[in-house]
Unconditional design. Structure first.
Length: 422
């Protein structure tokens, strides 16, 4: 099982290029199920979750060919409709094939995604919306079984909670539903807008994507298209936090600053002023890091996917910070591991109080989920001595070549595998 070995201390300098957004590429890949024509998606990151989604598509009769950074997805007979548990359990975002399958193939069998390290993560809102559109749903042997023999019809749907993949799943289904669908209380994350851009390129009639209310006029069919996914704002934010933590000057290149407004405000409040360009942002460690008090919320608020990384940064702030995780019920796994490095963190309910600055010392720590792993890597960069981060397969799910990118900035980081059973 691969691990990272990190020597704390070096200052980071230079440019890091952001990869395509995993959480945009995943729904875009699922959207290829809505047509029998080839769809080309450029800029998908080479990370494990994308490989898993491609395996799910292959199980559904599609083929994914790669040429340079373009993935060309071609649908086969379009008869398959079962997304198997052994794939879905490794990536809950596989549930994104549900809407497209029901809309176009009029049936789907998708393993009910289990919970994960950060919470129960139900999909009840996805299912309730599809039922409103005429799908007959039941759970059978751990699978969601959905049928719409007469196809789906439009509906006026209000999500009781903002759900990113719920919005995406139902948006995709609505493109082929008969008549008009209005979706209210939608997620406004940039990845939703990016998916909508692909769907419109495929011939869908959508307005309001990126706002709380999205309207869709269903069409008979969608055609092929080419699309480039947006840059990964969470990867970009992770490297900006690395720069604020131990950078002389780190420039995050090929990003979309407008997707990072909340983080830039928090970094500013912490004393780490950023230089913002058209598609790049530069930041360095300030003389004094100030503590902050924030709560995660839906876009355009502070992203839950940057919460763990911010907690790592705040271990170095001069004072007490308070970070509240308002999206997921169990997203402070990183706190216990950071405490092994010497951090002083008290978690009460959904709020972590971080007392800084603390002098961190290297240790062996264990990654638990994608973003918690990133927080451990960041903390290791400023911990005295050697840190070994175990189970970095969590990182490989969503960060492309992290050790190469950090190494190019000057970090002392290497990937190693001590062999079986260790
Ligand atoms: C997406 O997950 C992202 N994943 C997550 O990123 C991200 O943390 C999350 O949105 C929040 O921004 C992808 O886009 C593939 P939600 P998603 O549905 O869609 C509750 C990463 O690190 N809820 O917006 O699964 C849910 O429990 C990952 O890249 C229901 O109750 O999140 C949570 O409390 C981690 N019922 C809240 O809503 C539902 O049917 C928001 O979840 C759906 C969600």
């Amino acid at each position: 099982m691969d691990k990272f070995r990190i020597q704390g201390g070096p200052r980071l300098n230079g440019k890091v290029q952001v990869s395509g957004a995993k959480n945009a590429a995943l729904p875009c890949l699922a959207a290829t199920l809505l047509t029998c024509e080839p769809v080309e998606i450029a800029g998908t990151p080479r990370v494990r979750d994308i490989v898993t989604m491609e395996k799910v598509l292959q199980a559904l009769g599609e083929s994914c060919q790669h040429r340079a950074e373009v993935t060309r997805v071609v649908t086969g007979t379009g008869e398959a409709f079962w997304a198997p548990y052994e794939l879905v359990r490794t990536m809950r975002a596989s549930v994104l094939v549900l809407g497209p399958l029901v809309a176009r193939r009029r049936r789907a069998r998708v393993a009910l995604p289990g919970g994960c390290a950060i919470g129960a993560r139900p999909v009840d809102l996805h299912l309730a919306a599809l039922e409103r559109m005429g799908a007959e749903l039941r759970v059978e042997h751990g699978d969601i079984v959905a049928e719409a023999p007469r196809g789906l019809h439009g509906a006026d749907i209000t999500f009781s909670k903002v759900t990113v993949t719920g919005t995406e799943n139902v948006l995709m289904a609505a493109t082929l539903a008969r008549g008009r669908t209005v979706l209210r209380n939608c997620a406004r994350e940039p990845e939703v807008g990016d998916l909508a851009a692909l769907l419109v390129a495929m011939g869908a009639h959508i307005s309001g994507a990126g706002s709380p209310t999205i309207e869709v006029e269903g069409v008979e069919g969608l055609h092929g298209a080419s699309h480039r996914v947006i840059p990964d704002r969470i990867e970009a934010g992770t490297y900006l936090i690395a720069g604020a933590l131990c950078g002389d000057r780190v420039t995050v290149d090929r990003c979309r600053p407008e997707h990072l407004g909340a983080l830039l405000e928090v970094l500013e409040a912490a004393g780490a002023s950023c230089s913002v360009g058209v598609d790049s942002i530069a930041v360095g460690r300030p003389p004094i890091l100030r503590p902050v008090t924030i709560a995660t919320t839906e876009f355009p608020g502070f992203a839950t996917d940057l919460q763990a990384q911010l907690v790592a940064l705040m271990t170095q702030a001069e004072g007490v910070s308070e970070v509240t995780e308002a999206i997921f019920e169990n997203r402070f796994q990183h706190a216990l591991e950071l405490m092994r490095l010497g951090a002083r963190i008290e978690v009460t309910g959904r709020t972590a109080r971080i007392c800084g600055p603390t002098s961190l010392t290297g240790a062996t720590v264990m990654a638990s989920d994608l973003r918690a792993s990133a927080a451990l890597v960041l903390a290791a960069l400023v911990a005295r001595g050697e840190t070994v981060v175990d189970r970095i397969y969590h990182l490989d799910r969503g960060y492309e070549a992290m050790e190469s990118k950090l190494g190019a900035l000057g970090a002392a980081i290497e990937r190693f595998n001590p062999g079986p059973y260790r």
